[in-house]
Design a protein around this ligand. Structure first.
Ligand code: GDP
Length: 194
């Protein structure tokens, strides 16, 4: 995959605005502040193509980035404490519209912060992906915050807490240090049969 060729294509704020897409998609999802924008920018080799976390109250959108014949999809983060019920409902509809629509989702990269215990929201997201049968992998973010051995142990613990099946791939990544990025690329490319 030639990540240098990445181009922003569009944003969707409602399920109706989502493009019909039969191109292979790699989607990224996680709690707000988990490091999703940083990781996507790192993959793309760009500084700020993917905008850093939107502030509470700001409109959340699904953003599409094209590389050749495939799309990388930035899904809105979850778990902001101060989001009101209307905004929460809008998020739900948008996410359901995406995951339950007719698409060619090759892989969902679920981001989980390596430093914390699994949150109920992370568990819910993983359960949701499993229930819909979407193939997913886990990227444990901010791995630079722990020593290598503590990171590996914590990743194992988080996989248990999230009841992740053995067949699911996971990688430890640090956008700050650049570690694990090649491993993640490998996981993505294997799914796309590169
Ligand atoms: P998003 O809300 O998931 O898009 O998260 P961002 O990419 O905006 O990152 C949220 C915060 O975490 C920012 O302050 C980043 O600087 C920080 N961050 C992101 N990735 C890393 C990382 O790999 N290591 C460390 N130490 N901090 C990170």
């Amino acid at each position: 995959i030639n990540y240098n060729l990445v181009k922003f294509t569009m944003s969707a704020g409602t399920a109706e605005q989502l493009p019909n897409n039969d191109r292979p998609e790699i989607a990224f999802v996680g709690r707000s502040n988990v490091g999703k924008s940083s990781l996507m920018n790192k993959l793309f080799g760009r500084k700020d193509l993917v905008k850093v976390s939107s502030k509470p109250g700001k409109t959340t959108t699904i953003n599409f980035f094209a590389i050749g014949g495939m799309d990388f999809v930035d899904l809105p983060g979850y778990g902001y404490a101060r989001v009101n019920a209307t905004e929460k409902q809008r998020w739900d509809n948008l996410m359901d519209g995406y995951f339950e629509g007719e698409r060619n989702i090759k892989l969902v990269v679920a981001l989980v912060d390596i430093r914390h215990d699994a949150s109920p929201l992370d568990a819910q997201m993983i359960g949701y992906l499993e229930s819909l049968g979407h193939p997913y992998a886990i990227a444990f973010t901010k791995a630079d915050k722990l020593s290598h051995s503590r990171g590996v142990a914590q990743a194992r613990l988080l996989r248990e807490q999230l009841c992740v099946d053995e067949s699911v791939r996971s990688v430890l990544v640090s956008s700050l240090k650049g570690t694990g990025i090649d491993d993640l690329k490998k996981v993505i490319e294997e799914r796309l049969n590169f």
